[in-house]
Design a protein around this ligand. Structure first.
Ligand code: NAD
Length: 478
């Protein structure tokens, strides 16, 4: 199979190979066998995609919100029809089990919202300056670039494209080299939905080539990125070195969950285990640091281990499988490296090895205990089914440990004491706080984003749009 490079500015949107005909091989992480040859977008291809988006911008931004929305409504329909195929493409490229695939449905629901949300982009008027009628106008940036990760690709594709287009921008989206197949399929659906050429341009390839070219591009006025802090820093440097493009960043996490003695322990153990089981722990907000009160620590740890190891590993395309492989060899080796560091610094209480009997990159659900707070597995993102559970005695002590992190994406607390819950909601340094719930619990109409090094800006149906619009002040003497 070969995958598309970009759609361009020609009469009809089209797929094309890389300008130098370059490709890279994609392997199934479940079998380690090749599944696709994918076009590697060059700098020249990236320039062509940006030029196509720039050419399409005047006509697209001049459309009414209704006309822009009609294309998005059609695409939402096509996404829903293609759910099964998208689930299988993801299973084959990054190992996500089809049993837990909700991305296309949620992406379609978001797109349906953004298809009508363009109507809400308006400014304000003011008569407060004597002799003047003043106003603000909300206007698109022009060309927006989006760079997405591999863990929930279709969701991130649409979560960035929807508000960018509804605001009147055109867009160039670069998929992840670890999961390019669903973005290629969505590009085909965009073509089928009849979007005008150049409005959406999809690049496949590696970050240091097309990703870096987009980040440095002088015609890209805003860049929206979901991925690691390491790459976020490179993109921000590129933005600073080029045209100081606006940035919207959703980055990594090291999310804590705090369990008190008065909590519903069964629920707390089930949900904190699920937080690390989903997507084999490859989730930005997974609660990879659990803190349990000394009064119930033995009971909680035993419940947690029982629930965490209750998985069905195997071929992610099979509907009964709940635990897929890690996304690729790099990811697999990184997790194994952290497991060795965990064995050095803490006490292994569950797992700690590859899952035997599988050809792919499978890792056992792994629990460490009593790891010092300054150890690497407590400070750095592992992005796998690995957790550390530490025991605490007082609120002050645990708040200090929770907040002693450069990350601040999601934090949760399990307690029946409402005052304590609210003290934690106020004190925990995180963009989202769960009270008697944990990640991946979220809400459509609530903002999502990170404190500290976990991000810049917020996404969400009422929050994304503003990030894709400039605000202009108009002063009119009357
Ligand atoms: P990554 O940073 O390695 O890659 C993300 C994207 O950036 C890919 O498309 C990659 O090709 C591109 N990229 C790599 N180098 C680049 C460069 N020099 N310039 C421009 N682009 C470049 O991240 P990943 O491994 O794909 O995803 C995992 C990370 O994403 C984790 O840190 C996770 O926490 C984070 N994440 C965050 C959220 C969130 O909402 N906060 C959601 C999902 C994932």
């Amino acid at each position: 199979m070969s995958s598309p490079g970009i759609t361009n500015e020609a009469e009809t949107p089209q797929f094309r190979a890389a300008s130098d005909a370059g490709t890279f091989e994609l392997k199934s992480p479940a079998t380690r066998q090749p599944v696709a040859l994918v076009s590697e977008a060059t700098v020249e291809d990236t320039d062509a995609a940006v030029a196509a988006a720039k050419a399409a911008f005047p006509a697209w931004s001049a459309l009414s919100p209704n006309d822009r929305g009609a294309y998005m409504m059609k695409l939402a329909e096509l996404l829903l029809e293609s759910q099964e195929e998208l689930a299988h493409l993801e299973a084959n490229s990054m190992g996500r089990p089809v049993s837990g695939y909700w991305d296309a449905k949620v992406a379609a629901q978001k797109l349906q919202y953004f298809a009508t949300a363009g109507w809400d982009n308006h400014g304000q008027t003011s008569l407060h300056t004597p002799g003047f009628l003043n106003m603000t106008l909300k206007q698109p940036f022009g060309v927006v670039a989006a760079i997405i990760p591999w863990n929930v690709p279709v969701y991130f594709f649409i979560n960035k494209m929807g508000p960018a287009l509804a605001a009147g921008n055109t867009i160039v989206i670069k998929s992840s080299e670890k999961a390019p197949l669903t973005s290629a399929k969505v590009a085909a659906l965009i073509q089928k939905a009849g979007f005008p050429p150049g409005v959406v341009n999809v690049l496949s390839g590696h970050g240091h080539i097309s990703g870096s070219a987009l980040s440095h591009h002088m015609d890209v006025r805003m860049i929206t990125f979901t991925g690691s802090g390491r790459t976020g820093r490179l993109i921000q440097q590129a933005a600073a070195k080029s045209n100081l493009k606006n940035v919207l960043f959703e980055l990594g996490g090291k999310s804590p969950a705090v369990i008190f003695g008065d909590a519903d322990l069964d629920r707390a153990a089930k949900e904190t285990a699920n937080s690390l089981q989903f997507n084999s722990g490859q989730v930005c907000m997974a609660n990879s640091r659990v803190y349990v009160h000394s009064s119930i620590s033995d009971q909680f740890i035993s419940l947690f281990k029982e629930k965490f190891q209750a998985i069905t590993p195997g071929d992610p395309t099979q509907p009964h499988v709940t635990h897929g492989p890690q996304a690729d060899e790099i990811q697999f080796n990184t997790i194994k490296k952290y497991i060795e560091l965990g064995k050095r610094d803490g006490k292994l209480a569950l797992g700690g090895d590859e899952i035997a009997g599988h050809a792919g990159y499978f890792i056992e659900p792994t629990v460490f205990l009593e790891t010092p707070e300054d150890a690497p597995i407590m400070k750095e993102e592992i992005f796998g089914p690995v957790v550390n559970i530490n025991v605490f005695d007082s609120e002050e002590e645990v708040i200090r440990m929770v907040n002693d992190s450069e990350y601040g994406l999601y934090a949760s607390v399990y307690t029946r004491d409402i005052e304590r819950a609210m003290r934690f909601a106020k004190s925990m340094e995180a963009g989202s706080v769960g009270i008697n719930c944990t990640s991946p619990t979220g809400a459509f109409d609530m903002p999502f984003g990170g404190f500290k090094a976990s991000g810049i800006g917020r996404e969400g149906i009422h929050y994304s749009m503003d990030c894709y619009l400039e605000t202009k002040t108009v002063l009119m003497r009357i």
